[in-house]
Design a protein. Structure first.
Length: 217
């Protein structure tokens, strides 16, 4: 199936929201990443909408190729959009292969991806924010959210015996639906702006690579 046909059939919903004024599209894996970047941009004084920027949660790293193919092959969006992206370390391969398959690079390493505007968290978003804040400050955020008793109960579970507190915090944030997005906002709001994780800061400032490859079958 030709790339353009595939792009039309798998048209991502975000395409209906893009306008001729949009200049930047940042692709992220999930809603927690989107919430974190939007919150961080607000704290840094960045009006994303006013600057023609959209952050799109693609519903998992496996979807990145479909989005890139659509941008290149479908509806002419590639003509005016700059594209950037953020992913977890465990999903780096999906992003790397997608960039290569659509013709934006070959034999990409992490620096090569960064030159294209795509950045990788050391582990994931939660890990980046926990390391930036420190465990004690993160526990303070959990307390402010009214969930410190739940976290203490979680720590007492047999599976958490001997687990580092940083890992416990990451796992706790993934235990309930919506909790990752809740803490993405809360942790970024508590963040010292002198300690913003590098991948988050760079992806907000990147988006300088135009899609200019030919469709790939």
């Amino acid at each position: 199936m030709a790339g353009s046909q595939r792009g039309q059939q798998a048209r991502p919903d975000y395409a209906r929201r893009l306008s001729g004024h949009d200049r930047t599209l940042i692709l992220v894996e999930g809603d927690s990443d989107r919430v974190a970047l939007e919150t961080l941009a607000g704290r840094l004084g960045g009006d994303l909408t006013g600057r023609g920027a959209t952050i799109e949660a693609i519903g998992g790293a496996h979807a990145i190729r479909r989005f890139l193919e659509h941008l290149i092959a479908g509806d002419g969006h590639a003509g005016h959009l700059n594209v950037a992206g953020l992913c977890d370390a465990a999903q780096e391969g999906y992003f790397k292969r997608a960039l290569e398959v659509v013709g934006l690079g070959q034999d990409l390493d992490r620096e090569g991806m960064a030159r294209l505007g795509f950045f990788v968290c050391v582990e994931d978003l939660e890990d980046e924010l926990i390391r930036a804040l420190g465990p004690a400050a993160v526990e303070g955020v959990i307390e402010a959210q009214g969930e410190i008793r739940s976290f203490r109960s979680f720590q007492k579970q047999p599976a958490q015996t001997g687990v580092a507190v940083e890992a416990q915090l990451r796992r706790f944030m993934g235990t309930h639906s919506g909790r990752k997005a809740q803490y993405a906002r809360a942790l970024v709001e508590a963040l010292d702006l002198r300690r913003v994780p590098e991948p988050l800061l760079r992806v907000l400032g990147a988006a300088g690579t135009r899609l200019r490859a030919d469709p790939v079958d």
